[in-house]
Design a protein around this ligand. Structure first.
Ligand code: G6P
Length: 488
């Protein structure tokens, strides 16, 4: 394995979660598993992979062992040919930054998840976690500063790494730096929940870059609105009132919007492999002949609003008894962030409500909710293909790719019930049934309309949804950001 020269990368991508993760066997052996997602296919589009480096964090024990065993770069055989530098940050620093700040504070702020009478509480213990977040961001900035060639372009991802653009600018003023938020951005009144110094550091961190980019205009505008509260910052708007740049301390950060789309070629090919066909047959068997399906596929994530989705399904069965015995809610809720108690409790609540619906309405031959918690990508694709209705009702979501993927692979057309608070609503709203995610009654009504939709209309809408969903495939999404950074 060759480690590559320092200061040789023309392109650097930085994200908390990298394109590979390692499992540590009981005998000490390491098995590499590859991740999917837009960044992986985006980086593949760069072609000359040797000039691009991906910097990420070791997330668990397997990753740590692999990062230690490797030199500066992981074995390219494990990473799909990508040059990957995995940072072995001290576990307690990583955990405080990732669990204690990124996932339990910044994620909560941007998705409006707090129960505000009791939380958040910012005390001395939070100050320690914040120091860990600074250290974790500094480790990234230092690694990128070592890897990047003069004038290289750097694409920093997400709320985990909000301080990196500023920290990197101090170390390497020659670089072209972009930050991309895959989440929503909080509205100013909610962002103000954060301690003032923390809020200022986050904004100044991102404004250390040449560009700050978002999945939809709404999140870019929210970011700009937060910047308006920062002393000395000036937001510049175009004639239509959209924020285009933020000026601070003699520097300018341009704002961009890149609405990541579904990867149609990959999905269509993958969704027709034999393992998916097998799972379709198994799902059909469980659903029962002639029944309709309402499908959801999510991480068991607080922002995904799975419990209210179940309550809406229950209300549908209550208010429209004609659907009893004729529809199954296939709900995939895959484990996520189980290190956090609030996620474990939420996972238990999802199972409890699903069980309650089944015991109230179920009969010998019909189980109304078919809940699956074991992650299985082939089975998700199988459900995408056979869904009559897709339920995508997040409280708030940066984009939501499930809403974009289902229409692309659907066999016979699928009606989409979509939250107006998902970024995807800006692109798919016209052909979806758009709902207020907090309104269980309205969501139940939308489910009824979706289930009752004429098949011809459903197929037509699905075609239009698929075409909107694939307007900006991952490779183009990635290259657009590189081009917009300029410098090459
Ligand atoms: C969101 C974030 C990503 C994150 C993903 C999964 O989509 O924007 O940065 O990787 O959730 O969350 P996890 O904590 O498992 O990486």
């Amino acid at each position: 394995m060759v480690d590559g020269q320092l200061h040789s990368a023309r392109i650097v991508v930085a994200s908390n979660r990298g394109p590979v993760s390692y499992r540590l066997g009981e005998d000490g052996s390491l098995t590499a598993g590859r991740g999917g997602g837009g960044l992986v296919s985006g980086l593949s589009a760069v072609g000359h992979a040797e000039a691009a480096v991906w910097v990420c964090a070791a997330l668990g024990d397997g990753d740590r062992a692999a990062a230690r065993a490797a030199g500066r770069r992981l074995d390219a055989a494990d990473t799909g040919g990508h040059q990957v530098r995995m940072l072995d940050i001290a576990p307690e620093v990583f955990s405080a930054a990732y669990n204690g700040v990124a996932n339990s504070v910044l994620w909560f702020v941007h998705h409006l998840l707090y129960q505000t009478p009791l939380e958040p509480v910012f005390d001395a213990e939070f100050a320690e976690r914040w120091a860990a977040y600074e250290a974790y961001n500094t480790a990234f900035a230092e690694a990128i500063a070592q890897e990047a060639a003069t004038g290289a372009r750097v694409l920093v991802q997400d709320y985990h790494l909000a301080l990196v653009p500023g920290l990197l600018r101090e170390r390497r003023p020659d670089l072209r730096i972009g930050h991309f938020s895959h989440t929503p951005w909080a509205p100013p009144d909610y962002f103000r929940l954060l301690p003032d110094d923390v809020a200022e550091q986050l904004l100044r961190g991102i404004l250390g870059g040449d560009r700050a980019a978002f999945l939809t205009r709404r999140w870019a505008d929210a970011f700009a609105a937060c910047c308006e509260g920062l002393p000395g910052a000036q937001v510049v708007r175009d004639a239509a009132g959209a924020a285009v740049e933020v000026r601070l301390d003699g520097r300018t950060t341009r704002l961009g919007v890149h609405g990541l789309g579904a990867d149609a070629d990959f999905l269509r090919e993958r969704a027709h492999r034999p393992d998916v066909e097998e799972r379709m047959a198994a799902l059909r068997e469980r659903i029962g002949p002639g029944r309709r399906t309402v499908v959801r596929v999510d991480r068991t994530e607080l922002s995904k609003n799975i419990v209210r989705g179940l309550l809406a399904f229950r209300r549908l069965l209550q208010d429209r008894p004609e659907w009893r015995g004729r529809v199954v809610h296939v709900a995939f809720a895959y484990p996520s962030r189980q290190d956090l108690k609030v996620y474990r409790d939420y996972t238990a609540e999802v199972a409890r409500v699903a069980g309650e619906i089944n015991s109230t309405f179920g009969t010998a031959g019909w189980t109304p909710v078919d809940l699956h918690v074991k992650d299985d990508f082939a089975r998700s694709l199988a459900a995408y293909r056979l869904a009559d209705v897709a339920l995508v009702n997040p409280i708030r979501d940066g984009m939501n790719l499930v809403a974009k993927e289902i229409p692309v692979v659907s066999d016979h057309g699928c009606a989409l019930v979509l939250s107006r608070e998902a970024g995807a609503a800006a692109e798919l709203g016209e052909d979806a049934l758009v709902v207020n995610p907090y309104d269980v009654r309205a969501t139940a009504l939308a489910l009824h309309e979706a289930l009752s939709m004429d098949p011809g209309e459903r197929a037509e809408r699905t075609k239009r949804l698929a075409s909107a969903a694939t307007a900006l495939p991952p490779a183009r999404w990635f290259l657009d950001q590189l081009e917009a950074l300029g410098g090459e």
